[in-house]
Structures are given as C-alpha cells and as structure tokens.
Write a protein of this length. Structure first.
Length: 317
C-alpha cells in the first residue's frame, strides 16, 4: 500500500525511491506496482520494474502506452503472441499499420490448434507444458474475427462469429461463456466500424462478460471488451457512462496499460465537450505527456491535443 501510494500521490523523487524498493518485490506484486507506476504517468519507472522482475509482455504493453511500436525490439513484439494479436485488433493504435495487422492475422492462422488446455490455455483443461504454443478453436476464431473486422473484412469477421456460435455446446461453462463473449465482441467491433454503434452496444450488453476481479490475462479479464464498450457508449452519446469505463481500464492488469493514452484522450474530449475545462486540461496533459515521444504516425494526434490543451489553458486563465 505504501509503494502504491507513492506512485499515485508522491513527488518524482518519492516515486523514484519507491521504484528502487519495488524492484526487489516478487512477481504478482511487482506486476501490480508496475500498473500503478504506468497509470501515474511514470512509464519510465514501469519499464524499470518490468525489467527487474521480468514481467511477461510488459515491454510491449508499456511501449504501446507511450505510443511506440516501431521502436520496440523484436523480442518484445513477439512476446505474449496471442495476447499481442488482441492489441493489434484494438481501436486507438493507429501506428499499427494495416499490413502489420494482416501479417498478425496470418501468424494466428498458422498457430497449432488444440482444445486440450482449455479455452485460453489457463483455467480448465490440462496444464500446458512450458514453451508449448497452441491455441484453442474459440480463441483462434476470436482473434481472427477481431483482426478481420479491423482490416475492414466484415464478411470474414462475421463468419468467425458464426463459427463461435457453433462451439457453445462443445464444453463446460467456461467454453460456453467464452464463445458467447467472443462472438458478441466480433459483431460489436464490426457494427462500430460500420457506424452502427447502437447495435454493437446491444451485442456487448447481451453477452455474459464474466470477467474475474483480478487477472493478468488480457482475454480472461476482457480488456478489449471494456475498451470497446467505452467506445460504443461514447459513439451513442452516453458519455457519463463511457467516462467510468475509460477511467478504470488501466486497472485491468498489465495489458490495460496499453490503453492509457487513448483513454486519456477520450476523457479529455468528453470533458471538453461537457464544459469541464479543468478535467479536460488534466487529461490532455496526461495524454500529451504519455505520447510526447511517440512514433511519427501518432504525432499529428498529439499535436492536435496540444493545441486543444493550449487553448483551454488560455480559456481557464
């Protein structure tokens, strides 16, 4: 608790001191502190924690948090494999090109398939041997459907959703709920891309979305679906509800960190539209700070945010 408080409320010096101490703590607690550091806009501290504790996938997620994909080392780009594919499908990361998404889709298609280790390789099913990379049928169709939707291939995306519908009776509760959630997520993503956000929101709201309170797995805790729900709520004008989802997404394990900047930008835009100048300034500042050294493809977004920030500061003075 003391270290978490330092990351959220301490000075830069107190945060640096906390980082030194946090680098000596074990696994799950280190991952939790990493989330705290990143969400307090200290990705530099979070990266040090990730390196000291070898938190799986952290360099990738933290790289995306600060708007850098192109500069990440290849080892970070391929870590996590299937969880990385989920980020490739997410709105908000314009610096991941269509060709890179298509390449990821082809890599997912080539992954060996086995249902022996549960839907996600965790939970039910046999224990997966270390180093074995396999993917269940529902998880594979989920990733391929989302990637297809983001590539503008609605027909192929919906075909994967229909296949997921056919899996619902093939296993137990985990299998049924995951297949239903995955299918709804694909359909909602397609509807959002088609400008039919109300229909997409209905798809998400009908699904069970039984996510655990604590999980470090991006799919198990439905990180993508939480961000998608916020985007759908915003698209249909339910901004008060959208704000609650955007403001808490970083709590969704390490992977939620990757959504920090898009969430700050959306909160800034919503607060500005509502006339909440101070709140808009706060979130624009956090967005600009996070992406100040982003990839070139994202700089126009940062420049626009900086202009809005400057205008609001003048308005508030």
């Amino acid at each position: 608790m003391r270290l978490r408080r330092a990351f959220h409320f301490g000075t830069a010096a107190e945060q640096d001191s906390a980082a030194v101490e946090a680098a000596r703590v074990p696994g799950l607690l280190a991952a939790s502190l990493l989330v705290c550091a990143a969400s307090s806009e200290r990705p530099d501290v979070a990266l040090r924690l990730a390196a000291a504790n070898d938190v799986p996938g952290a360099p990738l997620f933290l790289g995306l948090a600060v708007g850098r994909w192109a500069g990440l080392p290849p080892s970070a780009q391929v870590s996590g494999r299937t969880q990385v594919a989920l980020l490739f499908a997410a709105p908000g990361f314009a610096n991941i090109s269509m060709s890179e998404r298509d390449s990821m889709r082809r890599r997912v298609e080539r992954l060996p398939v086995s249902d022996d280790y549960g839907v996600l390789g965790i939970g039910s099913g046999r224990v997966r041997p270390p180093g074995l990379v396999v993917i269940s049928r529902p998880y594979r169709d989920y990733l391929l459907g989302l990637l297809s939707a983001r590539l503008g291939d609605a027909e192929r995306a919906l075909a994967h959703a229909r296949r997921l519908d056919s899996y619902r009776d093939d296993g137990g509760d985990e299998w049924r709920d995951a297949s239903r959630d995955f299918s709804a997520s694909i359909r909602a993503t397609v509807r959002l891309a088609q400008g039919r956000a109300a229909e997409g929101l209905t798809e998400i709201e009908r699904a069970p979305m039984r996510a655990p309170l604590v999980s470090m797995n991006a799919v198990q805790n439905r990180v993508y679906e939480r961000f998608l729900r916020a985007e759908l709520l915003h698209a249909v004008g339910r901004d008060e509800e959208a704000l609650r989802w955007y403001s808490t997404l970083h709590c969704s394990g390490n992977q939620g960190i990757a959504y920090l900047a898009p969430c700050h930008l959306r909160q800034a835009q919503i607060h500005e539209r509502m006339g909440h100048v101070d709140e808009a300034i706060l979130h624009y500042r956090r967005f600009v700070e996070l992406w100040k050294d982003c990839d070139p493809e994202l700089r126009p977004e940062v420049d626009r945010a900086r202009k809005r920030l400057d205008a609001l500061v003048v308005q508030a003075s």
